[in-house]
Ligand binder design. Structure first.
Ligand code: GDP
Length: 458
């Protein structure tokens, strides 16, 4: 394979910058452009060593930078090829210049994700592990990173391969049965296939159950805060964020559109939507706001309904109560700082039978209780992010769903007493779909699509 080079550190200025080279001519190129302080022949340099010296332009002999070069010898490198990483000073111009010198001396510009693609093509990691590397890089929270690291360690691949092996064991018998019908009875093979498929169905359903948590840790739990104007929505959002981002105002109806903010509770991302006041208003802009509030509540995983304790419930509050009834929701009674301790809660609110939390958004009391209730409601404490497989990747989800469909179809076909060669067709589809997760027999298009999501130099 050709020798590729790219800047691997983030674009911009940093303390150090890393330029990576991988491929058959790596050491030949390095020999031309790197002047070691204490010269050693490449064959004498052990893998995983770092050499100090100057990066030079071999044409002009000009010193470009003072650098450290790490050596990785095949197959013990990220790509499994001969590799070097040039640690230079982290200036944009310096790094670009070093990259240009690599390119002028025989390297080709790497495409996005090409180093990882080579690790996959050379068999060091499978496709789901390669995908976990993008997820680690793009992770927004600790939990998402943990799930991705588990995937990189091969937890998902092991599970998928274990399921595939179960299928392959039975497939072998089925094929013997098809080729030599006299060797084994079809009923025995069918029973075997049925038992295996039921087991596989259970395994796949177990993975399917992790999709919701996968979505949560990747996209966050969507929370909508709804309440009539002046109930304290923006103040609550601010209290939750512990910093004032949304505009808090004394005038009703100014938060006309919605604001989205990210919140991190115990490493889980929450996406909070602060909706406009729900009210039956005459003017068009307000109407758009109301419509949007309802939509936001509809698409939220959790709705926080906020009521102003200093004013009586009105039609707008009734509207909010109606929405809360249908949804996973928490009721927040706001402005307790303005009330006596033993105030009465309105019956309409009590009748909702939802968790009620009394707060003062202004004085930030009751916010911790609200946070714990949110965590409680999603049973987030029960998910073991360290060791459980959590499927977060959309491509994997689709393939698991497809494999489960194939499994159900295969079971139906057995139920209908179809001949064993027909059953075999369905079982092979399960194998194929599962194989696509780890990258067995995967087409070039899929490979290219997966790696196009990577950044340069990875
Ligand atoms: P929104 O229209 O629902 O977003 O309400 P805001 O958050 O803008 O609050 C409306 C008004 O109520 C502002 O003047 C806030 O300072 C005030 N407010 C909000 N929460 C509290 C609270 O807990 N106690 C008191 N005393 N005032 C509050």
């Amino acid at each position: 394979m050709s020798t590729i080079a790219a800047i691997s550190t983030a674009p911009g200025i940093g303390g150090i910058g890393i330029i990576r080279i991988s491929g058959d001519n790596t050491f030949e190129i390095i020999n031309k452009i790197f002047k070691q302080k204490k010269y050693q022949e490449i064959k004498d340099i052990k893998g995983y060593t770092i050499k100090y010296g100057h990066l030079i332009d071999p044409n002009t002999k000009e010193i470009i930078d003072e650098v450290l070069v790490s050596f990785f010898k095949k197959p013990h490198s990220y790509t499994t090829e001969d590799m070097c990483e040039i640690n230079s000073h982290g200036g944009i111009i310096i790094m670009q210049k070093i990259l240009d010198i690599c390119l002028q001396n025989g390297a080709e510009m790497a495409e996005a994700g090409e180093f990882t693609k080579r690790a996959f093509l050379n068999g060091r990691i499978d496709l789901s592990q390669a995908e976990s590397i993008i997820d680690i890089i793009n992770s927004k929270t600790e939990k998402e990173t943990m799930a991705s690291i588990n995937q990189l360690n091969g937890f998902l691949s092991e599970d998928i391969n274990r399921i595939r092996q179960k299928i392959i064991n039975v497939m072998v018998n089925i094929e013997v049965n098809i080729d030599y019908p006299e060797y084994d009875t079809e009923e025995v093979t069918q029973t075997q296939a049925k038992n295996m498929l039921e087991e596989v169905k259970g395994d796949l359903e177990k993975l399917q159950k992790t999709f919701y948590n996968g979505k949560i840790i990747k996209e966050g739990i969507k929370i909508a805060i709804i309440g009539k104007p002046n109930a304290g929505k923006s103040s609550l959002l601010n209290a939750l964020l512990k910093e004032k981002r949304a505009i808090v105002t004394q005038y009703a109806g100014t938060t006309r559109d919605t604001i989205e903010e990210f919140l991190n509770i115990d490493g889980i991302p929450f996406k909070i939507v602060d909706t406009a006041g729900i009210r039956e208003a005459e003017d068009e802009v307000e109407k758009i706001g109301i419509e949007k509030s309802r939509q936001m509540a509809d698409s939220a995983d959790l709705v926080i309904g906020i009521f102003d304790l200093t004013s009586d419930l009105n039609d707008e509050d009734d509207e909010i109560i109606r929405i809360l009834k249908e949804k996973k929701s928490i009721i927040v009674l706001n402005k307790i700082d303005l009330l006596e301790k033993d105030f009465k809660i309105n019956k309409k609110i009590l009748d909702l039978n939802k968790k009620i939390i009394k707060i003062s958004a202004l004085e930030q009391t009751g916010i911790d209780e609200l946070n714990s209730e949110i965590i409680n409601l999603f049973k987030l404490n029960e998910i073991n992010f360290d060791s459980e497989i959590i499927v977060t990747n959309a491509r994997h989800k689709n393939l698991i769903n497809k494999a489960l469909e194939n499994t159900n179809e295969a079971l139906n076909v057995i139920e209908d007493n179809m001949p064993i060669d027909i059953i075999a067709v369905y079982i092979k589809e399960i194998l194929e779909n599962l194989g696509l997760i780890t990258g067995e027999n995967v087409s070039e298009d899929i490979i290219n699509e997966v790696f196009s999501k990577f950044c340069l130099g990875k």
